[in-house]
Structure formats: C-alpha cells, structure tokens
Design a protein around this ligand. Sequence first.
Ligand SMILES: Cc1ncc(C[n+]2csc(CCOP(=O)(O)OP(=O)(O)O)c2C)c(N)n1
Ligand SMILES: [Mg+2]
Length: 890
Amino acid sequence: MSPTDTNNLSIDNDGLRDWLDSLDYLLKKEHPDQVRYVLQQLQIRAQESGITAPFTYNTPYINTIPLSKQPAFPGNRDIERRIKNIIRWNAMAMVVRANKHEAGIGGHISSFASAATLYEIAFNHFIRAKQPDGGGDMVYFQGHSAPGIYSRAFLEGRISQDKLENFRRELAEGGGLSSYPHPWLMPDFWEFPTVSMGLGPIMAIYQARFCKYLENRGLKPVSDYKVWAFLGDGETDEPESLGAITLAAREKLDNLIFVVNCNLQRLDGPVRGNGKIIQELEALFRGAGWNVVKAIWGSEVDPLLENDTEGLLARRFGEIVDGEYQKYVVEDGAYIRKHLYGKDPRLLAMVEHLSDDQLEKIRRGGHDPEKVYAAFNAAVHFPGAPTVVLAKTIKGYGLGESGEGKNITHQQKKLNLDELKEFRSRFNIPIPDEDIENTPFYRPPEDSVEIQYLKDCRKKLGGSIPARREKSVPLDIPSDELFAEFYKGTDEREVSTTMAYVRILSKLLHNAAIGKLIVPIIPDEARTFGMETFFRQFGIYASTGQLYEPVDSESLIYYKESKDGQILEEGINEAGSVSSFIAAGTAYSTHNIPTIPFYTYYSMFGPQRIGDLIWAAADLRCRGFLVGATSGRTTLNGEGLQHQDGHSHVLLSTVPTLKTYDAAFAYEIAVLIKDGLEKMYTKQDTCFYYLSVGNENYIQPAMPEDAREGIIKGMYLFSKPENPSHLTANLLGSGAIMNQILGAQKILKNDFNISANVYSATSYNELRREALNVERLNMLKPLAAQQKPYVTALLEKNPGVFVAASDYMKALPDAIRQWVPGPMLTLGTDGFGRSESREALRDFFEVDSKHIVWAVLVLLFRTEKISREVLTQAQIKLNINPDKANPVTC
Ligand SMILES: Cc1ncc(C[n+]2csc(CCOP(=O)(O)OP(=O)(O)O)c2C)c(N)n1
Ligand SMILES: [Mg+2]
C-alpha cells in the first residue's frame, strides 16, 4: 500500500481496530479533557517523528452536536411550525405583492425562505429585547432577509397591514417599509444596517468588543448579553466578513455569535460549487480560535449515523462537493439514492429501508428546529470564545419547482398561480383557492394560539425586536473655560493644528464631567500625531491587562496597556477602527451610554479606504468626531502619491449627516469641537463631524471677534485691510494654505497696492448645503420673500474679485461658486501627490502665495481694473511660467 493511498485503509488495517477500541475505552472511562489530552500527546509524539498529516481544522461533515448531547426542545414544535409557516407566507406575499404593484421594485423571497427556522428559533427562544437601562442582545439581521423580519413584526402586531403593503414604497401615503435594515429610514425599528455585505459581520465583532470595553471600564454592568450576526455564506467572501475574526477570538468575545446561513448559493450560483463552504469556514474559524458548531443534517440522519459503525456515511458526506449537494435539492429521491448512496453497496444497504420520498425529505440542519435550537444553545453557553453556527439550508426553501435550490432563485420575485397554491398547501396556510391569486396577507386572530404563543415568547425575552432607542441622556458640555487658551492664540509659538487638536482632546479627556465618556481611537498612528503621551495617562485598552513589562517602562510615556484603558489602539486596521468608531458613536442608542468617539487617522485612509463604513455610520445615526490628520495634499509633503490627501473633503461631502471642516487655526478647532459636542450630545442632533488637521507648524492667531458663528457656518472674515486702497480683492483660504493666502495678501499690498480681505473658509460643504437649502426654498416658494444664502450675504459686503485656495481639489471651493457675488478663480490640488518639500509642492500645484497673487491680478485684468502692462510686468516679477507642467496630468 502506498503511504498516501488512504482509500485502501480499512478498519481492520494496521491495528486501527485496536486503536479505536482503546479510544472507546477512554471515552467511556475518562473525562473529555483527559481524552483530549491523550489525543494531543499522540499528536505531539507523531509530529516529533515527522508525521503531521492526520490533524486538520476540519471535523467530519456531520453535526457538531451528536444526538446524545442534544438538549430537549423546550418549545411547542407544532405551534412554532405554524407560526413560522405564516411568517414565511407573509414574507413571500410582501415581495410578490410589491412587484405586482410596481414591476421591478425588487425584494427577496428565497434568502429568508432558507433562514426562517434560524430566525424563528432565535426569536422564540434566545434573543433578549432591548431594555431601558441599556441591556439587551444586539442583532445584525441579514439585510435581504428583511421581509421575514417585517412579517414577524406584523404577526406581533407591531407593523400594520398597510405598511406591509408598502414594502419598498416608503413614499406611499402613510409610509412604507424600507428595503433593508436602515436606522435612518426606520429609526425606532432597525438598529444596524447590514446590506452592504461584509459590514454587518465586522461591525458586530467590534460591537461585541466595545461591549466588553464598556464593562471593563466600568461604564456598563457586566452582563451576558449577546451580539448576534446573521449572514450569508456568499457574504463570507467579503474581506470584511472574515478579516477581523482573529480579533474576536483573541479578545475572547464569548458575547458574539455568528450565524452563517449556508444555503450554498449566492446571487449567481453556488458559493463553492467545487468545494464545501461549510468545511472551508469551519477551518478558518477554528483556526482563528472560534467555537464552531455545524448544523448540517436534520434528525432523519441521526439513526443512519447511529448504525454507521465504520464512519462510511460521514466520509461519503465529506466527499460530495456543494455543487452536487445543490443538485440533490432539485432532483428526486431515486437520484439521491443513486448518486449519494450508490457509491458503495454498504451505503445503499444503510438506506434500503427508506423510500425514495423519505430520502428526498431528509432535511438539512438549518431547517430542523431541534438542531438549530441545539446549536444556538451551545453557542450562548460557550465560555471564552465567540461561536459561529454554520447551518446548512436550502435557498428558496418551499418555493418548490419555481425556485428551490435553482441558480435563479435569488432573483425570484414573482410566483404564478400554481406555485402560490403549492406554497400555500405545503405550509398549510388557510387561504382558499379563490383568494390565492391576490396573495393576501394572513394574520390569525389576536386570541389565536399562534399569536398568543409568539407574544408570550417575546414577553419572556423582554419585548419585541428589532427596536432602536432614539434618544439618550443629554450631556453637559464643558464651558468656554476649557477652550479659552485656544481662542487666545499662541503668540510667537509655532504649533500645528494637529498639536492644538491633541491638546484639546487631552483637556477633554481630563474633564471631570465627560472625560470618561470619550473614546480615543487610533490605528497605529499615535506617535505620528503626537498622541503617545496618552498611552500612560489614559491607558491602552487590553482586556487581559498588561502581561509583560514594556520595553519602555522606565520612560514617562511608556506603552501602558490596562484592562480599564481608555484608548482603543486598533493597529493597522482602518476598517476595524471605524467599526469601533461606529460602536462608540452609536452607544447612545445601543447601550444608552453617550460615549464620544474621536477617531484620529491618516486622512488619506479615511473615505478613500473605508467610505462604505462611513456611509453606514451615517445610516446608523452615528455621532462623534472623525479627525483626518496629516491632511492636505501639499501640507503632508514627503509622503507622496499614496499618502497625500487632497480629496477627503470632496468624498465626504456625499455623506448627508456629516459636517466636514478644514480648519486653518487652533481656535477654529476649539469652536468646532465645542459646537459639535453641544449639537450631538446636548441637543442630540443626528450628525457627526469630520475635521482635517495638518502637521505644519505656524503661529496660531487669536480668534477675531464675532468669528464663532461663521466658523460653524463655514466662513467668516478673518482680516480686513485697515486703509483699503482703491484696488481690492477677496481671498478665501482654508487649512494650512491659509498661510499662503496671508502671504499673498501681503504681496498684493506691498508690491501692487491692492487691498485684500481674507476670509477663512472652514467648510465649503456646509456653505453649499445651506445655500442649496435656501435656493430650494426660493424655488418652491417664488412668491414668498426670497432668502439670500449665508455665503452670498457675507461676501457681498466686500464686492470685487474672489480667489479661493485650499489644499484640496478645486471642486471643493467651486462648490459655492454660483453664490459668490463676483468673478472667482479657484486654486487647488487636483492630481496625484508626490514627495517633495512643501514649498516645491505648492508651486507645483499652484496654490502658493505667488499663484494666488497672480490669480487676483488675472481677475482684475479681466474686469479691466488693471492694464495689460501691469499684468505682464507682474508675470515677470512673480516668475509665473505659462508653460508650466499641468499637475493634474503629470
Ligand atoms: C457589498 C455588496 N455587494 C453586492 C451586493 C448584492 N447582493 C445582495 S444579496 C447577494 C447574494 C448574497 O448571497 P449570500 O450571502 O449567500 O446570501 P443568501 O441570500 O444566499 O442567504 C448579493 C451579491 C450587496 N448587497 N453588497
Ligand atoms: Mg447563500
């Protein structure tokens, strides 16, 4: 026998029988831990001799929980089946009716059809509702299973029939139901958006971690509440789904349960036609340190396995690829007998007593309530590690010929009359033939056994789910005293806006009233931003505490990790960091604890990298501060193309609830943070903030009088010439480029006798939003008194020409162009960054003082305020090269 030819091995070869007998003896006599120890020792002995092969992260392709370990099912199987069937029917009816009403409106039938048992067991027996004190389980529902969740809410009496009728028609009279879980659209219902695949799983992991953080820091009582994430097997292909699973195990998140609905299909076809998704996921999760519970087979397989003393059946199950399993769904019992069992006469003999019909009806684990109950029960009681339940199901379960297990099933939105009748009959829905064409919704009477049972179950678990808390306790924000030093300026001292921001954050962290609620989040960049002093002062959160003496323990700013540490140091992981930001920024709703996240990161790795999570944060009604440090295409100089951010403000302008600011001065940051805290945490407005800060050092001026309102609105007059000459201009600056603007103001005065007003533009995006709002109202009410946008009212006080310069793309200042009362030129940093000195970069991108001056002169020439000669001489004086390389294309 060749050493690798394992097919020729049999129970009687090589003393295997003796080994198995010894193992059986141990299993009978010894504690499981002892058996595990013996197996481990055997493994070590074999490995010492160079044999590693027999050990894998996979277990056989059967249920993890054998029949002998299966707990008794605590519910009434019959009533639960009836409830589930009605929910199935209404979920299907919602989609069918919506598409009849409006062809192409979409919706999904087959995903929930495959997941119904998973959800129903969770709803009836496990998931605890949200409590006023902040307790309760947290559930990330698979986005496109939403019809099933609405359907249950309908039976529970939480959603009216009218609303059900208006699934995916949210603008219908009386409102409708959103396509997927969206807290923005249904703020008292959905808690977590999930339908951008992969975001649910990663947000769930960081939510579970954040729960432990709150407990370890003493902000929330220790509890056994769980975070549940329901996801699709196809969804696990998203890097975000699996990218953080090692963190979950490392952090021992036994409050986290993933339920992967392994229907073996995604949208186009099989997830792993030529492989086995359940085995692949098992190996991955076990390798990462998770507890893995497979629910592959229904109870019908138990007696077969019991009689299978040689493990033949388990082995055969393990050989078959998913594409073939999918085929068994659409074929009959005879086919299954031939292809599954027919490989070996001994297997055929094992199923001899079963008819073809019985073979066809052998269920998959995810459709057997007892198996699902056993899996969830094991999951909630497993200590010290997160659990993933891998439940095997059939996509489109119950759709019969019209979709069950077919490759087109994901897109199935309509059923014909016969299919509807078949569905109705299969699930025993009391709808007569004559009504079936209308696909009516069905709700048993309020006093029916079904409704009473389902309500009772939820009552025992604390109420209905999903449900979202809209308001939390308002906070008292520190007074101006805390911020006063920043309003004064730094005299001669040169500091960067990053340094100013870090100092503000430090003062807030020390604040007696709100300090402990602040959650500083950093992805391995604290030293870059000068935040390393926080390590010792506030500690880095480590659920284990610090198990080693840090190399820098002698220093004042050593790397201190502690169980109640405040800083979330996430490592090089922007997706994880922003997931922590989301957990902390929505804790006001999830936990009734208004934590205040400050997520400080390399601005280039913000929306460009994790834009979809920021979109989800907005949907989630998240609060907090995103702080893009080392920002500005030319202000961050040496790092070059991949690091220099000149577009985060443009990208973030697309997020409706995000307020974005490109602050030039320390006092602006102070005003914005104070205002943000008041808006988000005292008034509880639904918004969050993006502040970009830079690493260029310069003297921070004192705050001009009356600047506060303009800073918040997006622009204010920073400096006005004392004795204006007859030629004037207006300069709009932001971020570190403000210094170039101020330089230009001097050159214009000294060399050309032109007086320039300087405006600090803290937020073109906010200005645009306000102006669009005004314009819209003016359009809708043309006969009412017409309003003027703030930016126009501000700028028209000093008419003339306008030049805007920033470290961002020209699109940013251009956002307000139509409301600027005069000719305008914008200078910006379109194109790729590159490594150079700031001076060279600003010349290259044409955002330095000389180009700003030149732009003013060009506008004055165009408006016939200066002559051709003046312009020509200026060009020589300023050394403007008309044939200069275009930074956008080179
Ligand atoms: C990021 C992202 N890409 C694509 C989609 C579109 N989409 C919605 S459902 C789906 C298939 C899902 O398959 P699976 O995760 O296996 O779920 P199932 O419906 O089979 O339970 C796809 C591709 C999406 N919602 N999000
Ligand atoms: Mg799937």
